[in-house]
Write a protein that binds this ligand. Sequence first.
Ligand code: SAM
Length: 217
Amino acid sequence: MLYIVATPIGNLQDITLRAVEVLKSVDLIACEDTRHTKILLNHYGISKPTTSFFQHNRFIKGEYLLNLLKEGKHIALVSDAGTPGILDPGYNLINLAIKNNIELTFIPGPTAFISALVLSGKPAHEFYFAGFLPNKKISRKNKLRALAKLKCTVLCYESCHRILATLEDIQEVFGEREIVVARELTKKFEEVIRATPQIILAKFKQTKPRGEFVLVI
Ligand code: SAM
């Protein structure tokens, strides 16, 4: 059985009882970064073998994990933060398991964009999650122009390195409307800013933005 296990996006307490139980019971835990996941495992007194499964070894390691699953081993798949498969290599293993008729189940938990959507107060009955926007300015703006045509709440992920450039592009494409920047959710410096791009840009130009971000438009 492949157990897809959601883990915290910051606060280590945000894990379900079932997730802890499953992590304690499996033969092996496949993690993006074993050192990162060890912090969580140590916190809950879980001492199970771990192995790395990340972007650059996902094909070779995927086959290795598939063989173990075929032998009848129970494997838990976790990512560095939140829900495996949401913008991390978990997707590849989940697909491989499905194609090979491996039994799988999901132990639900946090996802950064759902937390941001709920906190934003923006309409949540219909929304579009755009993942990470393209790196290159031209492609990013084209993507934003396409998103601006949607008649629903739009969410995307962003890092501290690109947040200023992305906010400038949002300002240009969407104009001065209120957006929401959700930063470091569930962590010590959690912050939810509800303001126009201009105001947020001014704030971030004064105090360098740090951490992880979800943008809600
Ligand atoms: N699997 C994760 C999930 O379920 O949300 C997403 C993984 S993706 C590689 C990492 C991105 O998620 C970060 O760059 C950031 O945009 C967003 N993110 C993760 N944790 C966050 C947090 N605590 N606060 C705000 N955004 C977060």
